[in-house]
Design a protein around this ligand. Structure first.
Ligand SMILES: NC(=O)c1ccc[n+]([C@@H]2O[C@H](COP(=O)([O-])OP(=O)(O)OC[C@H]3O[C@@H](n4cnc5c(N)ncnc54)[C@H](OP(=O)(O)O)[C@@H]3O)[C@@H](O)[C@H]2O)c1
Length: 311
């Protein structure tokens, strides 16, 4: 066996690894579809990752529909983007805005109509808006579990379902959702958030399979910590604001880099993208391949943390 490994198998294994690496490098370099003139709808565009996505898609020449709850903050983003395009060579467009609360799913159909009126179509929907949570399940009101689910799960799926028929009619479109590493693994004191992101992953995985026949890709993006206001805006078990910028969030990925990765995923029509360092990546594999060890580690983390801390 040793002789076989030494003589014949080893070069074969090395060659396979080389081909795999080359494939991954080429996949990153592939130019993919452009977004120039494409109508790109971004929810949660007033801050954090959504605002950075607005910046990169605007600079790439997309016609943007920015969504959020706060008209003044969205208008501020529009002004910043318009000012940034002065003197650029590429054709850029002044973004449109649509104001609505994703947690109020009864208003989402009307919002979708408004979105479609902006440019007559939606080419890419980026479901980005979201809220986080910190809390101990024992002390968390059921209403809080429900509220987080409304914003992170029911809102995005309501908007997706409202815009999808127009994409299916045109046999063209692209659905993107910003999930989280916590859509793949659940960590203690994040029940409402992790549950909403797990539901998101499952829904959009089903959707991907169902709408592939219409030529509409579905991209689920699962980042680790990103340097945004997510933890500041998180809710706690009694519904009050957490209001703390966690260390892990403060030291997280630059939202600009994540936004560039979102643009790349749209261009390459990627299906599932995890943007995380080695530790969360290992944890995702551990959850599937060695669940007993994963559960042990999570129990020990829960005991150590006692109180909710960072995302
Ligand atoms: N930051 C991280 O560490 C991290 C990690 C993984 C995944 N993510 C995901 O990334 C996405 C963006 O979050 P972020 O980090 O950029 O946080 P953020 O800075 O707090 O931004 C959240 C955005 O969502 C919007 N939003 C919240 N509730 C809404 C509602 N009910 N209706 C409409 N819009 C609503 C907010 O808009 P207004 O408040 O202005 O209305 C804001 O623009 C989220 O889905 C989050 O789960 C974040």
């Amino acid at each position: 066996m040793e002789r076989v490994m030494g003589g014949g198998m080893l070069p074969l294994v090395l060659a396979s690894v080389g081909v795999l690496l080359l494939y991954r490098i080429l996949a990153r370099l592939r130019p993919g579809a452009g977004v120039q003139d494409a109508v790109v709808v971004i929810t949660g565009a007033s801050s954090g990752l959504g605002k950075e996505c607005a910046r990169v898609f605007h600079a790439a020449g997309a016609r943007l529909v920015l969504c959020g709850r706060d008209a003044a903050r969205l208008q501020q983003v529009v002004q910043e983007l318009t000012a940034s395009s002065a003197g650029t060579q590429r054709q850029t467009y002044t973004p449109s805005t649509v104001i609505f609360d994703l947690a109020d799913t009864d208003t989402v159909d009307r919002a979708a109509e408004e979105i479609l009126k902006c440019y007559g179509q939606a080419d890419v929907l980026i479901n980005n808006a979201g809220i986080s949570y910190r809390g101990n399940i024992l002390d968390t009101h059921l209403s809080v579990q429900r509220d987080v689910m409304e914003t992170n799960y029911f809102g995005p799926i309501a908007l997706t379902q409202a815009l999808l028929p127009s994409m299916v009619r045109r046999r063209s479109g692209h659905i993107v959702v910003i999930s989280s590493v916590q859509g793949k693994i659940a960590i203690p004191y994040r029940s409402a958030y992790a549950a909403s992101k797990h539901a998101t992953q499952a829904y959009f995985d089903c959707l991907r399979a169902e709408i592939e026949r219409y030529g509409i890709p579905v991209t689920v993006i699962s980042p680790g910590y990103i340097r945004t206001n997510l933890s500041l805006n998180a809710v706690t078990g009694d519904g009050s604001k957490y209001g703390v910028l966690d260390k892990t969030t403060a030291m997280g990925w630059d939202p600009q880099d994540v936004a560039q990765a979102v643009l790349r995923a749209v261009r390459q029509r990627s299906k599932d993208v995890v943007l995380a360092g080695p530790l969360p990546t290992v944890a995702i594999y551990l959850r599937t391949l060695w669940p007993a060890l994963f559960f042990k580690l999570m129990s020990s983390r829960a005991r150590k943390e006692k109180k909710p801390k960072d995302e």
